[in-house]
Design a protein around this ligand. Sequence first.
Ligand code: NAD
Ligand code: UFG
Length: 350
Amino acid sequence: MTHPILITGGAGYIGSHTALQFLRAGHTVTVLDNLSNSSPESLARVQTLSGKPIRFVEGDITDPECLAQLFSNNHFAAVIHFAGLKAVGESVAQPLRYYQNNVAGTLCLLQAMDAANCRTLVFSSSATVYGDPQQLPISESAPRSATNPYGRSKLMIEELLEDLYASDPRWRILCLRYFNPVGADPSGRMGEDPQGIPNNLMPFISQVACGARAQLSVFGGDYATPDGTGVRDYIHVVDLAAGHLAALDYLLAQPQGEWLAVNLGTGHGISVLDMVKTFEAASGQSVPYSVVARRPGDIAACYADASKAHQLLHWQATLGLQEMCADTWRWQAQNPQGYRLSASAGDKKS
Ligand code: NAD
Ligand code: UFG
């Protein structure tokens, strides 16, 4: 069955890769995005790669009028809700902006959905809701906590979604807790396009490999991990996008409403040095690095128990670290300016 789907934040990194897979699966896709951290060029490429049209509404989830208009003019079978701000450090400096955008924005969205009788939602949560985990791998029943306003906004949204379902069991709500999304579409046409200095490991490594930055700082070499560097569960964005299709299929097949949370990860821990070595092999470039002090707030290790997604959603990650690095490098090498103008010029030629 195919359905009309609203994707908030669909011009962003994970949203655009998900929109591509939804179009390929035959769904009709409308994207609502305020372009605060993305470019409409990502959606142009989604259309080219899928060969299908996408409807784009430039608007804000905190704007009730925009939402009311969108829901009164359209019927959506479900909302896939990516829109949000995601930089941990920025959230510490600007907590009100983060709570307004992420929490108040989600409230506005839920009110508009309720008024339109659209009560099926897939929400982008994060492994950050596990705080500093007491046990590895991390299962969905692990205790939740937050160490910064970004993480707290995700936790607050998960909790308000639970309250909403408890008040009205017609809601079908699936919180997907992503581990560390990396990689890019294998075409090399879509990928992560961070503004300024990347906060995250993979985009930083790829900018070092292409010579845009001199070297990687490895934050801490004395963790209680096999090589002393931080361990994470990196998941290819193409696998992650497929997890949203599986989540939608699951929700729409349920005879009754439900609230649940499911991890999306591979279940494997990868260290910073593993990542550097694999990236060097995949790109043929060297990635100079030096080990520096730990980054405040970082944890030693974090990886998923991925069994619930397998059992319930019939989904599991299929792509490994080699593909994550090779696909990131293809995107980086072909689009050194990301989605900015020089990349568009390249687009016209193809
Ligand atoms: P992204 O910044 O690339 O995409 C988010 C999109 O939402 C952007 O296009 C942005 O313009 C849009 N947006 C932000 N605020 C909006 C608003 N008020 N109204 C409309 N659009 C708005 O980020 P991403 O990496 O694709 O992440 C998507 C979601 O997944 C976010 O909610 C993020 O918190 C969550 N998440 C991401 C990661 C990660 O490491 N990338 C990990 C866990 C969870
Ligand atoms: N790292 C470096 N050097 C860098 C960047 C990162 O050594 O320049 C290390 C970190 O110390 C960590 C690992 O690489 O050990 C991964 O760091 P990332 O910043 O890529 O990812 P995090 O796991 O720290 O954070 C990510 C998201 C957060 C989210 C968290 C939990 O960026 O938004 O996962 O889901 F909250």
